[in-house]
Design a protein around this ligand. Structure first.
Ligand code: ADP
Ligand code: MG
Length: 239
C-alpha cells in the first residue's frame, strides 16, 4: 500500500529525510516515534503528497507520487489526522464530517449524512452530531476529526501525534477509536509516543533520528530488545 524507496528530502541545507526505504502492506499498522525534529511529520506528510521530495520513489496504492497530477485523486484515498483537530468552527459535527464527501467525492447530502451519522455513532458521538466544535471537548473534537477522515472511505489513515494536544483523561477515548480501526484492518501510519497503543496494535515500530530510520522492529522486540543505543536512550526518556 505504501512503498518508500531511497526517499531523500532537504529543507535547504537540512537533510530532513535520509534514504528512507519502508514498505507498509495493506492492513498493516506502523508506529513512528523519535525525538522532536527527527522528521516524523515530514515522513508521513510525504505519503499524501503534502511534502514533495528531491530523490527516491514513493508509491501509495499504486500511484507514483512523482506524478503530481495524480495527487488530487490520491489525497481522497489517504486520510490525515493532525494534533490540532482543525474542525470548521461554524459547522456542526455532522456538517464537518459530511462536507468533503459531498463537495469532493460528489455524494448526495442524504448519502453523506447517512454515512456521517454511522461514523459519529461509531466514534461514540451519536448524541453530539448537532454540536459545534466549541461545544465539544478536545477528545470529542479529535473523534469528529477521525470520523471526518473516515467518511471519505480512505484506504490509508495517517495520524500525526493525534493525542498530543489532549488532556490526559481524554487520550484513551481517542486511542480506543484508533485501536478499533486498526483491528478492522485499516492501513495506518501513526506518529505517537503512546507506547501502550504501539504494543497493542502496531505490526512494526519505527524509530527515527536526524531524518533517518534507525530501527524497525515488531513491538515486542522494539521495547524489550532494541538494537541501537539511540533507541535505548530514547525509550529510557519516554517510558
Ligand atoms: P518531527 O515531526 O519529528 O518533530 P519534522 O518532520 O516536523 O520533525 O521536522 C524535521 C526537521 O525539519 C526539523 O528540524 C524542522 O525544524 C525542519 N522543518 C520542518 N518543516 C520545515 C520547513 N517547512 N522548512 C524548513 N525546515 C523545516
Ligand atoms: Mg511532528
Amino acid at each position: 500500500m505504501i512503498e518508500f524507496s531511497g526517499v531523500n528530502k532537504w529543507f535547504g541545507p537540512l537533510h530532513v529525510l535520509q534514504d528512507i526505504s519502508l514498505t507498509v502492506g495493506k492492513g498493516e499498522v506502523v508506529v513512528v516515534c523519535g525525538p522532536s525534529g527527527s522528521g516524523k511529520s515530514t515522513l508521513i506528510r510525504c505519503v499524501n503528497g503534502l511534502e514533495p521530495f528531491e530523490k527516491g520513489r514513493l508509491v501509495v496504492d499504486g500511484t507514483d507520487l512523482s506524478n503530481r497530477r495524480a495527487l488530487r485523486a490520491l489525497r481522497m484515498e489517504v486520510g490525515f489526522v493532525f494534533q490540532s483537530f482543525n474542525l470548521y468552527p461554524h459547522k456542526t459535527a455532522l456538517e464537518n464530517v459530511t462536507l468533503a464527501p459531498i463537495h469532493v467525492r460528489g455524494l448526495s447530502r442524504a448519502e453523506a449524512e447517512a454515512r456521517g451519522r454511522a461514523l459519529l455513532e461509531k466514534v461514540g458521538l451519536g448524541d453530539r452530531m448537532g454540536n459545534y466544535p466549541h461545544q465539544l471537548s478536545g477528545g470529542q473534537q479529535q473523534r469528529v476529526a477521525i470520523a471526518r477522515s473516515l467518511c471519505m472511505q480512505p484506504k490509508v489513515m495517517l495520524f500525526d501525534e493525534p493525542t498530543s494536544a489532549l488532556d490526559p483523561e481524554m487520550i484513551n477515548e481517542v486511542l480506543d477509536v484508533m485501536v478499533g480501526l486498526a483491528r478492522e484492518g485499516m492501513t495506518m501510519m501513526v506518529v505517537t509516543h503512546e507506547m501502550g497503543f504501539a504494543r497493542k496494535v502496531a505490526d512494526r515500530v519505527i524509530f527515527m533520528d536526524h531524518g533517518a530510520i534507525v530501527e524497525t522492529a515488531p513491538p515486542e522486540t522494539f521495547f524489550t530488545a532494541p538494537v541501537h543505543a539511540r533507541t535505548r536512550d530514547f525509550l529510557g526518556k519516554i517510558l
